[in-house]
Design a protein around this ligand. Sequence first.
Ligand SMILES: [Zn+2]
Length: 293
Amino acid sequence: MRWKGRRKSSNVQDRRGQATGQRQFRMPGRSGGRGRVGGVFAIIAIVVALLLGVDPTQILNLVGGAEAVLPAPPEAPSASRDVGSDEGAQRAAVVLASTEDAWNEVFQGAGSRYRPPQMVLFTDAVDSACGFTSSATGPFYCPGDNQVYLDLGFFRELARMGGSGDFATAYVIAHEVGHHIQNLTGVHDQVRQLRSRIGQAESNALSVRVELQADCYAGIWAFHAARDGDFLETGDLEEGLRAAAAIGDDRLQKMAGRRVQPESFTHGSSEQRQEWFTRGLRSGDFATCDTFN
Ligand SMILES: [Zn+2]
């Protein structure tokens, strides 16, 4: 991918290295170095509370009004700062810009206007309208605040699983943007309503359809990117396909040493993920991404 020198999206918030919003214990009435002692004291209070089987916040309140470990409310977009100058962040901003160009065109073609998502870069854990989430969850999209959340460390993990290369990272971002498209088109809401009425197995099957559609939308982005001058290089699309295969449910279950259980799939098999990415890529057409019918 020849991404250097291309437009970078202004919809990126770099929150890396910021406090996660997991509040620190504070002991009112004590200051300076003793505040840190409060942290240890609070941990002891929690251990005691767990031994006694009571809510730790009760004990903490008893011992001096310390605040419990609760996720802070999501940070306002104004909390953003300039995107870091490191390659990972810069490339992510270029890829996001490229998805904006692609979806602008698709929405305009349908006589409507595209409202792009924000992308939040974070490390370790992050607060969002979807709650307090650890990096271990992987990149995710939160429909409640229209934001894509990404810890760039995930791409090291993806490379370890066989999805290396910069186009692989682009595929992941484009997939998350695909979930944003589902939010804009109302698919997200429809699925949420359906989910409340069905059992676990059906709910899993529904998840697979949602995820494969996001893969197909990533393919639509790739279709547009491939037509965008010399942006893509030979081998990029193969990288995308390898990445799609690397995070197929069957592959992940095998890697975890488990039996492959299709009924527990939530994202689709490697083959299905490649297939739907390819459908979007070949057609560039929204209508080919109907995974529900
Ligand atoms: Zn997804």
